[in-house]
Write a protein that binds this ligand. Structure first.
Ligand SMILES: C[S@@+](CC[C@H](N)C(=O)[O-])C[C@H]1O[C@@H](n2cnc3c(N)ncnc32)[C@H](O)[C@@H]1O
Length: 197
């Protein structure tokens, strides 16, 4: 699918950021393949980007992505837009993703783009907790944020859940949202691992 120009540019920046943030932290036994769980993915504009990054990081290994969101319309759109990708999109409440046992708990990456911590801290703590439980022991959790305060609060909540920030980057080229001063697309990208791993 050809993306509108601003989205294509956002994706190109996100791809570089993810690649540069993740590659120094891949462990030797991370495995040849990559499973990615994208929670609260919406229509998942970043599906192809994530799969490309996974493929680069595994040097051509198999990459699989599962996207999940509670909104039916967005998930239907994601399924339509990304039918050509090795990706599945589930209509799921991410606070209860543990009930979906067949998903497994061996994801190399759990990804949350534009997490919404500011608008429901208790809800998002549950989503974070559920995401962490789906990671391999050496897996990485990645969040991106629209604005500074929300990003800081989300990182603090993740640290309280036993995670450690291993990379935190302000995307200087991020696209400003014209109707929301101080907010921009993938303004921050952070990578976290379980503390002590
Ligand atoms: C700020 S939007 C980000 C969407 C997408 N990741 C993006 O970057 O465009 C937050 C998303 O969280 C989803 N969400 C909120 N509560 C959820 C829940 N309990 N389970 C799954 N998704 C949820 C919303 O439906 C929405 O798509």
């Amino acid at each position: 699918m050809k993306q509108p120009l601003p989205i294509a540019e956002d994706m190109s920046k996100l791809k570089t950021l993810l690649h540069d943030s993740l590659s120094p932290h891949l462990t030797a036994d991370a495995g040849k393949d990559m499973r990615i769980l994208n929670l609260a993915c919406g229509r998942c504009d970043e599906a192809e980007t994530l799969i490309q990054v996974g493929s680069e990081l595994t040097k051509g290994g198999d990459v699989e992505m599962i996207g999940a969101d509670i909104r039916i319309r967005e998930i239907r759109q994601a399924r339509e837009n990304h039918a050509h990708l090795p990706a599945k999109f589930l209509i799921e409440d991410a606070t209860k993703i543990d009930q979906h046992q067949e998903l497994g708990d061996d994801f190399n990456m759990v990804f949350l783009r534009h997490q919404n911590f500011w608008h429901g801290q208790e809800l998002w703590k549950k989503i974070f907790d559920q995401g962490i439980a789906k990671l391999r022991p050496d897996g990485m959790l990645v969040i991106t944020s629209y604005f500074d305060v929300e990003h800081r609060l989300a990182l603090r909540a993740l640290e309280a859940l036993g995670m450690e920030v291993i990379s935190n980057t302000r995307n200087k080229a991020s696209r400003e949202l014209s109707d929301a001063p101080g907010k921009s697309v993938d303004r921050w990208v952070a990578v976290l691992k379980r503390r002590g791993t």
